[in-house]
Design a protein around this ligand. Structure first.
Ligand code: ADP
Ligand code: MG
Length: 483
């Protein structure tokens, strides 16, 4: 979707619920594993039995700190938990423990690249906050003796709600942001990122306005559980809002659901605002105090972040920023690149091959890079044979094909397929002399100033060499011989 849609600017802010990968719940010791039989993973605290009290899971706090560090946010020295009151059958306490006024993670930003026409641009989305909260249970509207059922297994599952500023300007940016955020949380290992199982749930707040006008009224699209639906839902919503405004209607703030079957968004309820929830500090939980030593300790234990790794790739391997970002899409791709680059000493070639041929083949076969039939060592050997002029780029693609099909190692494949480039000048000169003698007309024309006549000579030379001549060398020798 382009920047302006029918003269309107699109404004989007994201709220993402990332399920934190702790073994037990945020305020109880019940396990969090997905898919267990209903109500087998809910203890007295999760069921809100009278007399029970919540106890903070330190593992959940550490994951929030890691997230804050990953996006350059401020980690609050002191944050507080609040009760968000609403009545729903799957919320047995009658309130959700969340954070309101003082969230644990404040500010920060997420940046990524995206294609705009022919250009690659860098976009930064500012984050407003990320706060800890518990998930609710689930209502099962199947027939249980004529009634709905409640499964509290999910109740009390730790969530980090990550909220952006309204900085996103198109559905393309929205998807790129969500993918980048997904990459960050899975890279640092605080969330498994499984969208089908609901471990990474995105809500998109969408509004439109004429450029320069104040923010329009937003509608919030809930639970976008795939990147494809996210794009479709936002595109539909934007068109719908513009049509409404163009028809003279005003947009009512609302929560809407996307229906993948019809491709449409549909209002679910009018949106409640903070006052409806009657937030107040939860007296059962003391303020969460995070001293700076703790933050430093967590920082010291964290793996290198994608952003930091990308900067290192630019510095250590002299890669363009774009390459470095692409290669740090996942830890596995980054590791494969580093192994290849170190083994062959040709970082840019390694990057080109990985982002090109390797990705293409992996995508086509729906394989991840750890499943690649071509190892980093083999790719490095192949690149070595290109850079020492043993084979041409064209021949290298055939060797790669052989590696992919597990037909043998690089040198054996070059030999077996007869792909060795002709680097013996004497042999090549002999071929060139023969071709020049056989094509006096082209030679004349070239000497008379027709540069194109050269093609009529290069072709037969490559053919006579059975494609093994090095094109650069052929050109150089021709120029020398023709003056
Ligand atoms: P709520 O209290 O309803 O959750 P917030 O103020 O916390 O509302 O904002 C929720 C999300 O909506 C944020 O990501 C914010 O950037 C986004 N947002 C706020 N106003 C708009 C708007 N006019 N258009 C699009 N997104 C908006
Ligand atoms: Mg909010």
């Amino acid at each position: 979707m382009s920047k302006l849609v029918q003269g309107y600017e699109v404004v989007i802010g994201f709220e993402t619920h990332a399920q934190l990968s702790t073994h037990s719940k945020i305020f109880s010791r019940a396990p969090t594993a997905f898919g267990a039989e209903a109500n087998t993973q809910a203890c007295a605290v999760d069921m809100a039995l009278p007399g029970t009290l919540p106890v903070m899971n330190i593992g959940a706090v550490e994951r929030a700190i890691e997230f804050g560090l990953a996006i350059n946010a401020h980690i609050a020295e002191r944050s507080i938990f609040a009760r968000k009151n609403y009545f729903y059958p799957d919320l047995p306490k009658g309130y959700q423990i969340s954070q309101f006024e003082i969230p644990v993670v404040q500010g920060g930003e997420v940046s990524f690249f995206l294609e705009e026409g022919k250009e690659t641009v860098r976009k930064t989305v500012r984050l407003e906050r990320a706060h800890l909260e518990e998930d609710a249970g689930k209502s099962l509207h199947e027939d249980f003796i004529g009634q709905s059922g409640i499964d509290l297994n999910r109740a009390g599952t730790p969530l980090l709600e990550i909220v952006t500023q309204p900085d996103i300007r198109s559905s393309d940016e929205a998807v790129a942001y969500a993918k980048e955020l997904h990459k960050i949380v899975t890279w640092i290992g605080i969330c498994d990122g499984n969208m089908q199982e609901g471990s990474f749930r995105c809500d998109a707040n969408v509004s439109v306005r004429k450029p320069g006008a104040p923010l329009g009224t937003r509608r919030e699209i809930k639970n976008l559980n795939s990147f494809k639906f996210m794009q479709q839902a936002i595109d539909f919503e934007v068109r719908w809002q513009i049509d409404q405004i163009e028809d003279g209607h005003t947009i009512q703030q609302a929560t809407v659901l996307f229906d993948p079957d019809t491709g449409e968004t549909r209002a679910m309820r009018t949106k409640e605002d903070a006052a409806d929830y009657r937030y107040f500090p939860d007296p059962d939980l003391p303020p969460l105090v995070i001293d700076r030593d703790w933050v430093e300790r967590v920082k010291g234990e964290m793996a290198e972040l994608p952003r930091v790794m990308a900067e290192r790739f630019v510095k250590d391997y002299a890669l363009p920023e774009y390459d470095a970002t692409q290669l740090t899409q996942s830890k596995a791709v980054a590791a494969y690149f580093e192994a290849t680059a170190k083994a062959c000493g040709q970082a840019k070639l390694a990057s080109n091959w990985i982002m090109g041929e390797v990705s293409r083949r992996l995508n086509a076969s729906e394989l991840s890079i750890d499943q690649s039939p071509v190892s980093a060592t083999q790719l490095a050997a192949l690149i070595g044979r290109i850079s020492d002029n043993t084979i041409s780029n064209n021949a290298a693609r055939q060797v790669f094909e052989g590696l992919w099909n597990q037909e043998g190692e690089v040198d054996a494949l070059i030999e077996a397929k007869g792909l060795k480039q002709m680097n013996d000048t004497g042999e090549l000169e002999k071929i060139i002399d023969e071709v020049l003698a056989a094509n006096p007309k082209n030679v004349e024309e070239f000497k008379a100033g027709n540069a194109k006549a050269l093609n009529g000579l290069v072709g037969p030379i490559m053919k006579a060499s059975k494609g093994k001549a090095n094109p650069g060398q052929v050109n150089a020798l021709l120029m020398k011989k023709l003056g």
